[in-house]
Design a protein around this ligand. Structure first.
Ligand code: FAD
Length: 154
C-alpha cells in the first residue's frame, strides 16, 4: 500500500493536538504529537507514540518522565513551533507540574513517569503513569486531514 494513502486515511481521524515535553540536564525539549490516548483508569496510564526519527525519542528515554499538554484553540502557533514548521523567534516559557515542564494555557497538563516503552515498527509507544493533572476550561485545538480546526457550536 502507498504511504500517502495510509497517511490520508489516518488523517481522517479528527484529534486534539498535544505538545509532549521533557527536561534533560536542565534543557526542555518539546514536540507536537497527536498520537496520544488514555490507556487505563486503574492504574492511570496514557500512551504517546514517538517516531524513531524524532530527537524526542532519545530524550524521553533519558528523562524517564514527560508531560502531555493538550493545546487550546489559541495555541496553534505553539503546535507549529514544536512541529518544526515555524522558526521560533522567542523562547517558549514552561511551568512545572510534578517536576516536569508544562505549557501554560493548555486545556490540560498531564505529568507522567514512563512505565513502559514498546518499539513498534518505526515508532515507540511510551506508556506514562500519570502523576498529576491540571485542567483549564479552554476550547481545544483540533487537527483533521492535515489542517488545524476549531470546534463549532451545534
Ligand atoms: P525538532 O524537530 O528538533 O524540534 C521540534 C521543534 O521544536 C524545533 O523547531 C525546535 O526548535 C522546537 N523546540 C523544541 N524544544 C523547544 C524549546 N524548549 N523552546 C522552543 N522551541 C523548542 N511525530 C511523532 O513522532 N508522533 C506524533 O504523534 C506526531 N504528531 C504530530 C501531530 C501534528 C499535528 C504535527 C504537525 C506533527 C506531528 N508529529 C508527530 C511530527 C513531529 O511534531 C515533528 O516531526 C517534530 O519536528 C519532531 O520533533 P523532534 O523531537 O525531532 O525535534
Amino acid at each position: 500500500m502507498d504511504d500517502r494513502h495510509f497517511r490520508n486515511a489516518m488523517g481522517k481521524f479528527a484529534t486534539g493536538v498535544t505538545v509532549v515535553a521533557v527536561e534533560v540536564e536542565g534543557s526542555v525539549h518539546g514536540m507536537t504529537a497527536n498520537a496520544f490516548m488514555s490507556v487505563s483508569l486503574s492504574p492511570k496510564l496514557v500512551v504517546v507514540s514517538i517516531s524513531e526519527r524524532a530527537q524526542m525519542l532519545e530524550k524521553m528515554n533519558q528523562s524517564g518522565k514527560f508531560s502531555v499538554n493538550i493545546l487550546s484553540r489559541s495555541q496553534q502557533e505553539l503546535s507549529m513551533i514544536f512541529a518544526g514548521q515555524q522558526k521560533n523567534q522567542q523562547e517558549v516559557k514552561f511551568e512545572r507540574l510534578s517536576g516536569v515542564p508544562v505549557l501554560a494555557g493548555a486545556v490540560a497538563q498531564i505529568a507522567c513517569e514512563i512505565s513502559a516503552a514498546h518499539v513498534e515498527g518505526d515508532h515507540t509507544l511510551f506508556i506514562g503513569r500519570v502523576t498529576d493533572i491540571h485542567i483549564e476550561d479552554f476550547e481545544p485545538l483540533i487537527y483533521f486531514s492535515g489542517k488545524y480546526r476549531a470546534l463549532a457550536e451545534e
